[in-house]
Each structure stands twice: as structure tokens, then as C-alpha cells.
Design a protein around this ligand. Sequence first.
Ligand SMILES: [Zn+2]
Ligand SMILES: [Zn+2]
Length: 406
Amino acid sequence: MMTAMKKLIVAFTVICASASPIAQGPGRGGRGPAQGVQPIQQVKPGLYVVAGAGANSLVRVTSAGVILMDTKLPGDQNYNDLMTQIKSVTEQPVKFVIVTHHHADHTGNDAKFLEAGAQVIGHENLKRNLETYQNNPLPAPPSITYPGADYLVKLGGVEVQVHHYGRSHTSGDSIVYYPDLKVVALSDAVTTGTTGPLIDYAGSAGGGSALEWKQVLARVMALDFDAAIPGNGPVLTKADVQAYKTKFDTMIDRATALVRSGVPKEQLLMQLKTDDLGWTPRVPNIEAFYNELSGIATGKAYKLEKIADGVFYATATGSMVTGSNNVAIVGDRDVLVVDTGTSPAAARAFIEDLKLVTTKPIRYVVNTHFHYDHTDGNQVYAGKADIIAHDYVKYGCIASRTRRRS
Ligand SMILES: [Zn+2]
Ligand SMILES: [Zn+2]
């Protein structure tokens, strides 16, 4: 089951820009990967963009060589055409290649640049993601990886900053900043037109992240820039990136609210309103998306503290609202749980987190009283465990539900 699901996700996300048929729609302005390498265009003196044949590539020319960003879809023609475009603006050889993440529309010709003597730089998580990436041919791993948040490339008196502000489109994303030109390259952390953001949860390093993506965009906005280069599409202004951030935050906040209100994962995308944002949700792995928003993914919706042999005290720690403290008493054969949290999502998160301390099944649930933050998770246990409470709890639950619906 997991293997089949993983394969499905991989099939979806081999190449970010063309993962969804939506991405091929008319809103893309003819810059899709189906097209070949496009003519080089100056962004600012010394910095050029080459669109087509995968993602946008950036060419930073210095007196001692070229710092290239992203190498397009694999293929001799794409490599040769990209080199032709670079050679039309400089005689300098490519010394460094920065790759923004592992997807093949950004890394396809890394091997050729390595063969030609360039260093290829990527985040350590990018290299790790390549170990499980299913793409033929598999992109070559970077020759230089950085483990932390920052890496600095210096060449010919020019500085280019490489930042990993957290997980976003993948777990190995790099943001590339050209401080002297006030330009930032955001790769697939930003999408354009009607193409919504794609959260690639696949990968051994934990994959992409909707919640961290919000923080990444906040940190990008703190940079001093007036031009931003997306993975695909035209050059953006800082106001464009702010508008994108607002839309992104709105979408994730809405989805989080739905998860917390107990909407089951099968219905999440149907109920998630995005038409006013001009996007169709692109969530190839709804299970991972749901788990992240509910706090399950981290195994940290609850902290389970052992207070005696077989007795665990669970307090809320994750991003979701979980309601009451819970207690789990682990017996020889099964488990008794005290209180069920403020929503079915909270109860499901608790069940997942409980698996971190025991594999025994939950057989009994006790409600201490009828208030919803102790009982609204009951429906998750119904039919699987006996729910035990005082008579008044039953009447209280029925009465409080009636009141809330009226
Ligand atoms: Zn991508
Ligand atoms: Zn891409």
C-alpha cells in the first residue's frame, strides 16, 4: 500500500512544472517545458535569464567565470542550446552551478556541467532526495553540498548567496540571492499564472512542507530585492511576491481550518475554496498534506509523557487545537484512553501519536464530562472501542449538539 502510494506520488512529481495537466494550460504564456531553450534575456547588467526546456536558468557573469543557476531538462540539445545562449553574452566558462532542488527540470544537465569542470552546489537534502528520486536519467548529485541555512559563492569579486530557509516545494530548496543587484531567484517556491504551488511530500528527508513554506516566504520578503525570478514564468516584482505570499497563506490557513473542523481528508480539496485565488490546488499527496496540517505528520500533536508504568499523560504541543489533556493506560492486551479531544482530527492525531509508545489497540474510552473539548473526538472511536461515561455525559452531549445546531 505504502509502496504503491509512494510510486504514485513519484509519478506525479518527477518534474514539478509539468506534474499536473493544469501546468500545461494556456495561462503559462508559452514558457512550458515542452518548448526548447529560449533566447537569453538580461534581467540586470551581469544577470540573465534563459527560459524554456525546463525551469528558468539564471546566468551571473563575472570577470572570472559564470555562476549558473539550474540546468534544465536532461538532453544534449538542451545543454548545447543553453551553452549557446550563455556564450552569446560572455566568453567566460561556467565555474559554478547552483541547483535549487532535485527535480529534473532544474538538474537535468548537472552531469554535463560536472564533466566540463564546473562545481555543482546544492543543499544536503537535495542530494538525499536524489537517492529516492525516480527519474530516468537520474540527475547527478552536487559536488558541493551545504548542510545548514546558508552558502556563499564568491567569484570575480561577485557574491551570490544561497539560502535554505526551510522546507517548501521540497525539503532541499535553495533560494538564490544576488545582493549587489537586488534580485532573488525563488525557483518553484513561487508559481505564476494559474499554476498553484505544488508541495512535493516525497523524499527521504521529509519532503516539502506547507507550513514551513509560509515561513520561507516570510523570510524571502525580508530580503532587499526589486526583481524575483520564479521557476517558470516572467520576472516578478516584490509586490508580486507579496501578493503570492498572501494567497499562499490564505490557502494554507483555510485548509488548516478545515482540518481542525474535522473535514475528512477525502473531502478536504473539494471543500477548500481557491477559485478566488485563481489557483487549482496541486496536492499530489493528500494524506501527507492532511497529516501535516493536523499535526500528525510530526508525531507532535501531543506529547506523551510516561508518568507511571503503562500510564501516559498527553498534552497538546503541535499546531492543531487538540483540546483536553488525554491519558492513556496501557494494559497487557489493550489500552484505555481518557477523553477524546476537541475534534475528530485531534482524536486521529492522538491515535497516531499513541502508536509511538504502544502498538496495542484502544479498547476503552472514558469521557470525564460532556464538554466538547473532551468528547468531540468520540466519533473516531465509535464502533472500535467502548465509550464509557456517566449518564449525564450522554444527555449533555446530545443537548449541547442540539444547541449548537440551532
Ligand atoms: Zn520542482
Ligand atoms: Zn520546476
